[in-house]
Design a protein. Structure first.
Length: 108
C-alpha cells in the first residue's frame, strides 16, 4: 500500500482552464452582452494577461450601417473559473452606448 500512495503523491496535477482560448473568451462575453445588454454591443478581441490570469476584452458599440463607433467599457474574464471580474453593469453599458450613439448622431 505504501508504494501506491507514494506514486499517487508524485502525479503532476495540471489545472484545467474554463476559458482556454481568446475565441472562447470572445464567445462567452458576447453571449453575456447580447443576453444582458443588447446586440449593438460586442467584443472582437481578447488579450490574456498572465499576471492576473484574466482575459481582457474591450467592449465596443457598432452598427451594421456605420461600423464600430468606439469602446464603451472593458470586461475581465477569469481564464480558470470563467467568472466575470468586476464587469460594468448592463445598465451602465447601455447608458454609455446611448451616449456614444447620440454623440455620433444616432438616435434609437
Amino acid at each position: 500500500m505504501e508504494r501506491v500512495e507514494e506514486n499517487i503523491s508524485n502525479v503532476l496535477i495540471v489545472p484545467q482552464l474554463s476559458i482556454p482560448t481568446a475565441n472562447e473568451a470572445i464567445g462567452f462575453v458576447n453571449r453575456w452582452l447580447h443576453d444582458e445588454v443588447g446586440f449593438a454591443i460586442h467584443v472582437t478581441t481578447a488579450v490574456f494577461e498572465p499576471e492576473t490570469f484574466h482575459w481582457h476584452l474591450p467592449v465596443e458599440l457598432a452598427y451594421p450601417n456605420v461600423g464600430t463607433l468606439g469602446v464603451i467599457g472593458d470586461i475581465y474574464l477569469n481564464a480558470a473559473t470563467g467568472e466575470l471580474f468586476g464587469p460594468p453593469s448592463a445598465e451602465d453599458l447601455r447608458q454609455r452606448a446611448l451616449a456614444l450613439a447620440s454623440a455620433n448622431g444616432i438616435n434609437e
